[in-house]
Design a protein around this ligand. Structure first.
Ligand code: NDP
Ligand code: 2IT
Length: 451
């Protein structure tokens, strides 16, 4: 079956430019699962695809808040409750000026299949706002989060929908959101994950996505009989929660991460990154990566304005393994060819859909190992689900306990993806393996639950 964007648009009966990013996510999935759809006519009979690509509901609301100059600001809030076949809606909140319905539908759709792959009882959702946290004071963040929750609290609950963090939403924001939820409802329950540890967060949730992506890569390289990461040069993009913890785990296992990036530029330190300094710059002081070269003169900082044409500086650095961990479509076809030409053997998507369809095709056709986002970055939602379990049981797990369970779960996801690809005649193609395995579980459950 050849899938064109027109065919996809017919499924959703919509033609809105904001949705292009959502069609991109669907296109990849639909291409992957077409052999499965052909081999089992129940999926057609029960209209699974047509039902899966439409969110259960999209909640859109006004968020009015008072800034530090006592001026009223107005933003838009969203929660896309996409599919709760396997468990309560689950997925992050993104605060970024680019947030719109199309982006949240793409993220929510990916989340359904990601959460399915984890084997845990969680459905798919995503939410957020076009609020820009950059440059806002702590009190402004707090006031925005409070207003956001005044509306959101009506739609969430530990067995209904459990939001967490994503771009622009970390422990601080989840803390303020939780505080407001508690104030409105007088109820101290696990309605959000990624909470600070002192009031119900899980140990290791901040590290989970990054560590999980490295655990996945280790297992994938082992299955594909490639050299392990130890001693190897790795490139990483992004400098947020996911990127910094990928860098941390890579250093712990003896690999050499040499790059990271933010929205303003790329940092390259050929001797290996100084992680303590990066954490100070990005997590504490929240300043540009350019500051790094003030104390590390041999490192190179390339501002976005000096990137090569149609390419991103970070993917031009020779490496054994690349970890895109910033945002969607940050690795294009030119970038993919640069990685291939420079001898890269493995690409792991820490961010959600960081590679364009063309980049993914180029990487797969050159037989690099490729770990797609919905499998490789599942570690965050896996530990979120562990946090839900701990909250429900009113208990606490140790760091090592969580880490061990996370590692095992990432290895299981990787093995399942690899075996599924083999079963469907596309051995080594983890994109198809992840899409087929993720889809099949939700689809079979949808059939069992009736319409
Ligand atoms: P953070 O907000 O902590 O960090 C995001 C990083 O990406 C920052 O360095 C930011 O730079 C950079 N970035 C954001 N937008 C752009 C852009 N348009 N161009 C270039 N750089 C950009 O977010 P996370 O680390 O949590 O999320 C990163 C990715 O990982 C996202 O795709 C997210 O969906 C995905 N993800 C996150 C999970 C989690 O648990 N947090 C779980 C699974 C996936 P700057 O500081 O300059 O804005
Ligand atoms: O994209 C993701 O998986 C996340 N942002 C984490 C979701 C979660 O519920 O922990």
């Amino acid at each position: 079956m050849s899938i064109t964007s027109d065919t996809i648009k017919k499924f959703v009966k919509n033609d809105c430019p904001e949705d292009d990013i959502f069609y991109q996510a669907m296109e990849e999935v639909i291409c992957s699962i077409s052999p499965l759809l052909k081999s089992d006519d129940r999926y057609k009979k029960y209209a699974i695809l047509e039902r899966l690509v439409v969110p259960d509901r999209i909640i859109k609301f006004k968020v009015a808040w008072l800034d530090d100059n006592n001026e009223i600001q107005v933003n838009t809030g969203f929660r896309v409750q996409f599919n709760n076949t396997l468990g309560p809606y689950k997925g992050g909140l993104r605060f970024h000026p680019t947030v719109n319905e199309g982006i949240l539908k793409f993220l929510g759709f990916e989340q359904i299949l990601k959460n399915s792959l984890t084997g845990l009882p969680i459905g798919g959702a995503k939410g957020g706002s076009d609020f820009n946290p950059k440059g806002k004071s702590d009190f402004e963040i707090m006031k925005f989060c409070s207003s956001f929750m005044v509306e959101l609290h009506k739609y969430i609950g530990p067995r209904i929908d459990v939001p967490a963090g994503d771009i622009g939403v970390g422990g601080r924001e989840i803390g303020y959101l939780f505080g407001e939820y508690k104030k409105i409802t007088s109820s101290h329950q696990g309605v959000l994950t990624g909470k600070p540890f002192v009031f119900g967060g899980s140990l290791m949730r901040p590290e989970a996505t990054g560590y999980g992506a490295v655990y996945f890569t280790q297992k994938m390289l082992e299955i594909e009989a490639k050299e392990p990461l130890e001693g190897k040069i790795c490139t990483v993009s992004g400098a947020g929660n996911v990127a910094l913890h990928v860098i941390e785990k890579l250093q712990q296992i003896g690999a050499i991460p040499v790059s990271c990036s933010d929205s303003k530029g790329t940092l390259y330190d050929s001797r290996g990154l100084d992680l303590a300094l990066l954490k100070e710059l990005k997590l504490e002081r929240r300043v540009s990566l350019e500051e790094y070269v003030k104390t590390h003169e041999s490192a190179k900082y390339t501002p976005v304005s000096e990137y090569p044409e149609h390419a991103h500086a970070v993917w031009d650095i020779p490496c054994y393994a690349a970890f895109p961990c910033a945002t969607q479509n940050e690795l294009n076809e030119t970038d993919a060819h640069n990685l291939i030409t420079n001898g890269c053997e493995s690409v792991t998507e820490g961010a959600n859909m960081p590679s364009t369809l063309e980049a993914t095709a180029a990487i797969l056709s050159h037989k690099l190992c490729f770990a797609p986002a919905k499998a490789a970055n599942a570690g965050g939602v896996v530990v979120s689900s562990f946090e839900m379990s701990q909250n429900a049981a009113m208990t606490r797990w140790t760091f090592d306990e969580v880490d061990e369970k996370l590692k095992l779960t990432m290895q299981q996801i990787c093995t399942r993806v690899a075996l599924t690809a083999k079963d469907y005649g596309v051995e080594g193609n983890y994109v198809d393996g992840a899409n087929i395995a993720g889809f099949k579980k939700v689809a079979d459950a949808m059939i069992a639950e009736g319409i």
